[in-house]
Design a protein around this ligand. Sequence first.
Ligand code: JFZ
Length: 410
Amino acid sequence: MIQQWWKDAKFGMFIHWGIYSVPAGEYAGVKTDNIAEWIMHDLRIPIAEYEKFAASFTGEHFDADKIVRFAKECGMKYLVFTAKHHDGFAMYHSKADAYNTSITPYKRDPVRELKNACEKYGIDFGLYYSQAQDWHDPDGCEDGENGEGKDFEKYFKNKCLPQVKELLTDYAPVKLLWFDTPMYMTAEQSKELKDFVLSIQPDCMISGRIGNGLGDYVTTGDNFIPLLPIGYSFEVPATTNHSWGYNKFDSDWISAKKIIRRLVKIVARGGNYLLNVGPRPDGSIPAECTEILKEIGSFLKYNGDSIYATVSIPPYPYDIDWGYFTYKPGKLFIHVFEDLDRVYLLNIHNKPLKAYLLKDKTPLKVKERCTCEGDSSWLIKLPQNRDKDIDRVICVEVEGAELEFEPIKR
Ligand code: JFZ
């Protein structure tokens, strides 16, 4: 069931870390042109060859405490870590399957370390688990194969369910299980998995990609932001470059400005944003990525009230191209992306009581007037944007618990 902590959180950290970070986008002199964690599949690397990457997985700079503290400083409220990706390698000390971090020189258990750090810093803890695809298990699914000669039930009962059980019991409470790519799973299998999770942890949330419409919310395609309210809670998973797992060639970083504005857009439409980091095999995170996250953190430090615990609102009847609205009972936040010297708005029904720039409380005046056509209007003059803020957030305290837009009159 959807939980309030998740609805209020809005912004989380996704971590894709596994032995795919060792080849980091290149195997035997061939570069993959797809996301790096798919290299085993895309370059047809034989299991015995791929297993060898475990020997170079050193993790000496992996510091769960530092990562979680950093996520918190950047304004992230929850964390989702890849406990097992499609390559079948478990990133924790699994008793159900020996193919896990114990066999690497790193040896440690990052699920344990991240869980402890999340508890320490008050970050809600979630785990990613590839429930259908497993390219290491002879009976796991693989994209593009029809499963001939495979006994999926065997994999499902002998690896998937036992590992899910381990995760839910040894690292409890897991607040969110992020299942992925449910390919070929029947409705019965998705239902069995869901019931199994809930029998162990009734409060555990389940991502949309458990399959067959059984998730607690919709997981959209990467960076696909719904245009209109879809009637369900949703989460947009996304990267800061292209790949989820570390890819040494992927230097096409997305600017913090773009990411901050995407966050605002997603939150304005009622969704959550789960933003990825892909550590190197030594556990370090590329500086380009941490710089982007820091900038988002400095925006949220002063403007977080316009993001966290906001609620979805009806669509504004006009297509404004300079920003977005977010709302929580009694407070309308107007996000201004452009260097406007005034904001003029029609058809907001609620009475404005008080207005200010959110980041420093600079008082602003809302001039109310009825247009010749009888529409209500607000005029808010803005001071110069000396700091060149990516998003200037105006907070207008309003009457009424619900935000109401008046329909466009004929
Ligand atoms: C999946 C994984 O295959 C990928 O490696 C990564 O973990 C990502 C977060 O999730 O990739 C997907 C799955 C579904 C869609 C897009 C990428 N989709 O529905 O558009």
